[in-house]
Design a protein around this ligand. Sequence first.
Ligand code: GDP
Ligand code: IMO
Ligand code: MG
Length: 430
Amino acid sequence: MTNVAVIGGQWGDEGKGKIVDWLSSRSDIVVRFQGGHNAGHTLVIDGVTYKLSLLPSGVVRGGKISVIGNGVVIDPWALFAEIDAIAAQGVTITPDCLRIAENAVLILPIHGIVDRAREANNGTVTIGTTGRGIGPAYEDKIARRAIRACDLADPDEVAAKVEALLLHHNALLRGLNQPEVSAQDIVPKLLAIAPRLLPYLEPVWLRLNAAHHQGQRILFEGAQGAMLDVDHGTYPFVTSSNTGAGQAATGSGLGPGAINYVLGIVKAYTTRVGMGPFPTELQDEVGERIGKIGHEFGTVTGRKRRCGWFDAVMVRQAVKTSGISGIALTKLDVLDGFTELKICTGYRLDGQVLDYLPARSKLQARVEPIYETLPGWSDTTAGARSWSQLPAAAIKYVRRLEELIDCPVALLSTSPKREDVILVHDPFAP
Ligand code: GDP
Ligand code: IMO
Ligand code: MG
């Protein structure tokens, strides 16, 4: 049986949620394996829009098991706010359909405080984070002082661990001239939410291994994207987790051999939220036009996304570093009506031509895109569900992208709606 990992191929917001929802009809279990509620995945089903941050994008379909793996950092208050919000939209989440890794790390209120204090401080690099405490929570995990979901079963242990964790964070807050946080601000809140969280916990790795053994289909849902990966992205302007396919294994407790197909989600142009280098960024009316037509505003923070032409160098790099087998190309419809379209095929730096993004931040900021220009199309691709409905110039654009990124297109998305997809190659049937 085939299992599929869906990951972002650019700087996030490529349309992973829509594609995971679409693919979930072919799978039994949907698993989140990294990130946290910094993610914002949008689904549009029968005219209703669902915005998910921590819940796997299979939850709306019903009849599927959703899993939050050990690689995710969980803010329990955000989780239940999301569960309550989606209940108001008619989707009921119970421990029967959602299972959470008992060994997942918790995001505490202190993490958001530290995240935002660091971002506001002049002496530290401003990343433009979502302010959700993602970085500080992962730092605590690696530093071995985090509170894990399973710890909530023992109130004494929670209190002792919070004290130890605050020793570290309060030293930092003092240094940043910020008020300290006391255990009293955290422990009662944790103990109050524990009875609601504990019924969802289990060793999910056992369930996933058993499901895999029985031939069930597992769909892994990545958050963020390759260029936000803490190793391979535009460091330090990245998120604090690995976003590639390897993390689907580590972040869920299945071996890497269980992931048979890696579907990279890629927009037909490029966007980025937050700070950091962006070689093909368009700070002109063309960028404004793409942003307006594509509704490029952040799902989580509402921030305006920066927009630019398709960067084939970056996506080719993502294909290699993330192990992508095929692409789901989204938002092709946003490019309808442009007279011409540009694709970045290389970078120029100090008289040299590069076919990859160098690691040094200062160089990443200085590379100049080399463009190839293709004719646009005046007909519409919006809502197309077959190749034959696409204008010839749009097909040419897609085929040229495939060549340049050295990877085939498996799916094409032509609107925010669930059913507006062109299936070229089924990832579950490689
Ligand atoms: P994710 O974080 O990768 O799940 O992506 P987001 O949900 O943050 O952002 C993608 C946005 O584009 C959402 O508003 C989707 O509804 C929308 N979207 C997804 N696919 C398409 C598409 O093919 N065309 C258009 N026009 N919008 C799309
Ligand atoms: P989805 O899953 C786009 C960006 C932030 C910031 C950087 C670090 O919806 O694609 P963090 O709060 O993670 O420490 O912020 O990463 N970022 C995203 N950008 N989509 C996302 O998720 C993102 N999650 C984080 O804007 O630049
Ligand atoms: Mg998003």
